[in-house]
Structure formats: structure tokens, C-alpha cells
Design a binder for this molecule. Sequence first.
Ligand SMILES: NC(=O)C1=CN([C@@H]2O[C@H](COP(=O)(O)OP(=O)(O)OC[C@H]3O[C@@H](n4cnc5c(N)ncnc54)[C@H](OP(=O)(O)O)[C@@H]3O)[C@@H](O)[C@H]2O)C=CC1
Ligand SMILES: O=C(O)C1=N[C@H](C(=O)O)C[C@H](O)C1
Length: 276
Amino acid sequence: MTNQGPIPVVVNGAAGKMGREVIKAVSEAPDMDLVGAIDTSPEHQEKDAGELAGLSEPLEVPITNQMEPMLAFASQGKQQGVVVDFTHPDCVYDNVRSAIAYGVRPVVGTTGLSPQKLQDLADFADKASTGCLIIPNFSIGMVLLQQAAVTASKYFEHVEIIELHHNQKADAPSGTAIKTAQMLGELGKTYNQAIVNETEHIAGARGSQADEGIRIHSVRLPGLIAHQEVIFGASGQIYTLRHDTSDRTCYMPGVLLAIRKVIQLKSLVYGLEKIL
Ligand SMILES: NC(=O)C1=CN([C@@H]2O[C@H](COP(=O)(O)OP(=O)(O)OC[C@H]3O[C@@H](n4cnc5c(N)ncnc54)[C@H](OP(=O)(O)O)[C@@H]3O)[C@@H](O)[C@H]2O)C=CC1
Ligand SMILES: O=C(O)C1=N[C@H](C(=O)O)C[C@H](O)C1
């Protein structure tokens, strides 16, 4: 590929917990240029994205709630523009549609897209021949946990997932837990065949049940960031896989990789493991 200069990057959800980390990471990447910072939060309008992210120098990129002009700007350079989305489950579908319509490549960390909406976006990206990455979890540790879980699923018939997050999280279960259950389901197995008639005396006590028969339990508490356990059980043994995040910087190598990869794609790809 010829060198067409730095990749123009717009961050949507720029004032949020993840958006601020992405601003820092992109501004330090030599092959990327932060060209826009979108956020609807009224108290942050016009603030400098760099200062908001805790950088010592301003980046001269003001926070704006005007998405369409930003997408138009990011689509005009010689190099393809990328928009990184860490916003909210309620707006992510429309955000991705708009980006693709402008020819700007979405890298999406926002969770909460239903399987139907994911499929719609895949069809839309296909028709436009536009790369789009939807990544429920950007940390390498989670990819390794999921791979270990898929290996274990060949040998175990019983498994449940516990995901634990900070209590500002809008969606449950987490996008990561849903993806993990889907990956375990790809062997075509039905897990957790009941051996007794169970009664829930308090609704939800046994968690939610994903299609694959896997129970997902969601914990929300201040003090947590993002954690997941996949617990396999068989006669006389328990096999537990656990991933803990202690800082949101753990997602940044994955985000930067996704920005570099998405401009080479012509369709939608779901999951970090597919681009490693
Ligand atoms: N894939 C991954 O690896 C990870 C994914 N996530 C996901 O990313 C998403 C964001 O997480 P997080 O940063 O913690 O959330 P935050 O609430 O901290 O940040 C979201 C930001 O987006 C803003 N926002 C809301 N709606 C819009 C909109 N329509 N357009 C532009 N900005 C908007 C919010 O403003 P306001 O506060 O005013 O609503 C807020 O500033 C969640 O879905 C979360 O699950 C999180 C971590 C890792
Ligand atoms: O909201 C979060 O914080 C996170 N959300 C993602 C999810 O729903 O899986 C990824 C990670 O767990 C952090």
C-alpha cells in the first residue's frame, strides 16, 4: 500500500471514560491524526479534547456535538478516515450507519447491538464495500480467555458466565459475555441439560439464559472496572477462567490495531480475534 499520510481519526464519545483514553492513544500514535472529537455531553462542548483527556498540551481539537460535519471532514482527505465509537447502546447503530454513508470506517467498541442490528450493519457495510470493525472487547487477555474457553468447551457439558462491571454501565449482560457465549455455542452443543425441575423463588436468581443454554450473571458495583469468569463444571472438578482489568489502557493496543486494520477491509468484521 502506498503511504497516504496519517490516518484521520474522529473519536465519538470523546468525553467519556473510553473516549478520553482513545484521545490520548491516538494523539501519541505517529501514523494517526486526531481530526475530530464528538460528544453530546453539554458540559464538555468546545473544550479541548487533549486537555479533557489529561494531556499537558492542548490538541486544538474542540469537542463538538455535530457528528455529520465531522464525518464529512474525515471523508475528504487522501487517506481514508476512521471514526472510533465509544458512546451508548442507544445511538451506536445510527452512528455506524451515518459513518458508512459518509465512507468513514467505523471502529466500534460500544456494546448493546442486537444480533439483528449487527446483521443490518453487516449488510449495509457490504453494500457500500466499506470496512467496519465491531469489537466487544479490545483487550488481548479477553481474546486469550475466550480461546481457552472454546478449547475447554470440547470437554465440558456444563458452563456458566459471570461478568462484573462498574455500576455506570448501561447494558447487561456485557457485550463480551454475549460474544463469549456465542463462541462457546459455535460447536453446536447445548450446555447445562437440567437434571432437576428448578424453581426460581426470586426472578433472575439463575441469571439470564443465552441461546446456547449458557447462564450469564451480571454484577454491577462501584469499585469494579471490567471482569469476567467462565466456570466449567464436571463430575469432581471445576475449571475457572478469569480476566480482570485494572485500567482502561489495556484496551488501547487493540483500538490502535483496529484503526490500522479497518482501512484495509471492505466488509464488517465482529471480534478482535479475527484481526490479530
Ligand atoms: N469494546 C471494549 O473493549 C469496551 C467497550 N466499552 C463500551 O463502550 C461504551 C462506552 O463506555 P464508557 O466510555 O465507559 O461510557 P461513558 O458513559 O463514560 O462515555 C460515553 C460518552 O458518550 C457520550 N454520548 C452519549 N450519547 C452520545 C451520542 N449520541 N453521540 C455522542 N456522544 C454520546 C456520553 O455523554 P453523556 O455522559 O452526556 O451521556 C459520554 O460522554 C459502552 O457501551 C461500553 O460497554 C467500554 C470499555 C471497553
Ligand atoms: O462497559 C464497560 O466498561 C465494558 N464494556 C464492554 C462489554 O460490554 O463487554 C467491554 C468491557 O467489558 C468493558
